[in-house]
Design a protein around this ligand. Structure first.
Ligand SMILES: *Cc1c(COP(=O)(O)O)cnc(C)c1O
Length: 454
C-alpha cells in the first residue's frame, strides 16, 4: 500500500509545500501499518504521531494516506536544512555510486577528512583541533568521556539536572529523567555525578538568583565533595534539549567553563540538539562566547544520515591510544557526503540568519498566544529552537495534559509538534530552517486555535 502512494510522489524540493488533509488522522493506511508494526516491532519503541511517511521534502511530510503535514519537529532537530534537501540527496547519490563503505579504520577516504576539517573550522575557538566521527549522539557523548578520561587520567563525570545525553549504558546514567529513559534499566555506570542547572523559570529563589546559586552548588560539589583533581569532565547542553529547551541563566555556563579551565577539567558541550545552525549560530555555545574543550554534534549534522562527531582540542583528542577509538561504520562515506551537503546548504542559503528570523516569528506569536490563554508560563529558546512551558496555575504546576492535547489537535489539523521537559509540559518547536513565512504563519495559526480550544 505504501508503494502505491509513494510511486505518485517525489520527495525533496518538488513536493508541494502545503498542508492538506484527505482523511482522518491517522488514516486507514497508517492504521493498517500500525497494526503490522504492533505485531513486528516491540512496544517500547514509541511512535508519537502514528502517521506513516510516504515522502517528505522541505518542511512538508506526506503520509501514506496522502495527507500533507507541516513539520515543526524536523525528526527531532535533524532535518534542519529541510527534508531530502537537494545538496544532501545529490551528495548521497553520487557517493553511493562510487562506494558505500570501506571502514575508515582500514582504507580511509577523503570526505571523512573533509567533514573533520569543516567541523574544526566551524566549532568555537581558533585553537588546534581534531574531529572524530561516530554514528549516534549517545556514542559520541560516550567517546567524549573516553577522551576526557584518557587525557586527564581522572574518572568522574559531572552532569546537570534535566540533562539528556542518550540511551546507552553510560549516557543513560548521565541523563536525568527516570521515566522513560532509565526506569528498569539500571544499574548504571559509576562515577557520574549530578548538579543543579540554573533553570531560570523554576529556580526556587527566582530567576535573578539562578546563575549565582547554581554555580555555588556546582563549585561546592566539585571542590568539596568530589575533589576537582578526580573530575575528568563536566558535560552540559548549552541549551538543554529533552529537558525542556532550558536556556541556562546568563553567565552561568561561562562561569562553569572558567572553573573547569582553572582545575584542568575537560568542559564538554553536548550540542547534539542545539548545534549545526539550529540556534542561529553554528553552535549554541557561541552565543555566550563559550569555547568548549570538546563539542559533540549529531542530530542536524547529516540531514538524517547517522553521523555524529566529537571535535576538540588536539592535545585532548590525541591523548587516546591508537585503536582505542572507532567503530565499523563510524563516519560512513554516505553520511559524510550528506554532512558536506548540509554545511554547503547552511552557507549558501544563509540559514543562520534564517534561524534567527524564525525564532523571532515564533516568539512574537507565542507571546500573543500566551497573553490570551494564560496557560503558558514561560517562552524560551534561541533561534529556531523555541519552547513554551505550560502550567495550570500561578504556582507553575506543570500541565502535561494540555501539551498532549495541543500536540494531538495540531496533528489532526496537519501540524507535527513534539513535547519535551522533565515534567512533559513543554511544547518544543524545531522547524526546518527552509520553511517559508507562509508555512510558519499557517502552522502557527493552527497552534493558536489549538491552544485557544483547550
Ligand atoms: C538526542 C540527543 C542525544 C542522543 O543522541 P542519539 O543519536 O539519539 O543517540 C544526546 N544528547 C543530546 C543533547 C540529544 O539531544
Amino acid at each position: 500500500m505504501t508503494a502505491v502512494i509513494a510511486d505518485e510522489l517525489t520527495g525533496g524540493p518538488t513536493l508541494p509545500q502545503r498542508r492538506r488533509l484527505l482523511t482522518e488522522v491517522p488514516g486507514p493506511r497508517s492504521r493498517a501499518l500500525a497494526a503490522r508494526r504492533d505485531a513486528a516491532v516491540p512496544a517500547g519503541l514509541g511512535s508519537a504521531h502514528g502517521v506513516y511517511t510516504a515522502a517528505a521534502g522541505g518542511g512538508v511530510l506526506v503520509d501514506v494516506d496522502g495527507n500533507s503535514f507541516l513539520d515543526f519537529a524536523s525528526g527531532i532537530a535533524v532535518t534542519t536544512v529541510g527534508n531530502a534537501a537537494p545538496r544532501v540527496v545529490d551528495g548521497i547519490r553520487a557517493q553511493a555510486g562510487m562506494f558505500t563503505h570501506t571502514c575508515m579504520l582500514a582504507t580511509p577516504y577523503e570526505n571523512y577528512v573533509e567533514v573533520c576539517e569543516r567541523l574544526n573550522e566551524l566549532t568555537p575557538g581558533d585553537h588546534d583541533k581534531r574531529t572524530a566521527l561516530f554514528n549516534t549522539g549517545s556514542e559520541a557523548v560516550e567517546n567524549a568521556v573516553k577522551y576526557a578520561r584518557a587525557a586527564t587520567g581522572r574518572q568522574s563525570v559531572v552532569v546537570f539536572d534535566h540533562a539528556f545525553h542518550g540511551r546507552t549504558l553510560l549516557t543513560m546514567g548521565m541523563t536525568a529523567k527516570n521515566m522513560p529513559y532509565k526506569s528498569t534499566f539500571g544499574p548504571f555506570a559509576p562515577e557520574v555525578h549530578r548538579v543543579p542547572m540554573a533553570y531560570p523559570y523554576r529556580w526556587p529563589s527566582g530567576p535573578d538568583n539562578a546563575a549565582d546559586e547554581a554555580f555555588a552548588q556546582f563549585a561546592m560539589v566539585i571542590d568539596a565533595q568530589l575533589g576537582a583533581d578526580e573530575v575528568a569532565a563536566v558535560v552540559v547542553e548549552p541549551i538543554q534539549g529533552e529537558g525542556g529547551f532550558i536556556v541556562p541563566a546568563p553567565g552561568f555556563l561561562a562561569r562553569v567553563a572558567a572553573f573547569c579551565r582553572d582545575r584542568g577539567i575537560v568542559f564538554v558541550a553536548d550540542e547534539v540538539q542545539s548545534g549545526i545552525a539550529r540556534t542561529g549560530d553554528w553552535f549554541a555555545s557561541e552565543h555566550e562566547g563559550l569555547v568548549p574543550d570538546l563539542v559533540v554534534s549529531a542530530k542536524g549534522l547529516a540531514g538524517g544520515m547517522p553521523l555524529a562527531a566529537v571535535t576538540g582540542r588536539a592535545e585532548i583528542m590525541d591523548a587516546a591510544h591508537q585503536g582505542g577509538i572507532g567503530g565499523t561504520y563510524s563516519g560512513n562515506p554516505l553520511a559524510c557526503a550528506a554532512a558536506l551537503g548540509v554545511f554547503d546548504t547552511i552557507e549558501a542559503d544563509r540559514l543562520l540568519a534564517r534561524a534567527r528570523e524564525i525564532g523571532d516569528t515564533f516568539v512574537g506569536e507565542l507571546r500573543m498566544i500566551a497573553a490570551d490563554s494564560g496557560r503558558i508560563g514561560d517562552i524560551r529558546g534561541r533561534g529556531a529552537m523555541i519552547a513554551a512551558e505550560f502550567v495550570s496555575d500561578a504556582d507553575k504546576t506543570p500541565d502535561k495534559a494540555a501539551v498532549a492535547e495541543v500536540v494531538r489537535v495540531c496533528r489532526d489539523q496537519g501540524v507535527l509538534l513534539l513535547t519535551a521537559g522533565t515534567y512533559g509540559n513543554v511544547l518544543r518547536f524545531l522547524p526546518p530552517l527552509t520553511m517559508s513565512d507562509e508555512q510558519l504563519a499557517d502552522g502557527l495559526g493552527v497552534l493558536r486555535d489549538a491552544i485557544a480550544a483547550l
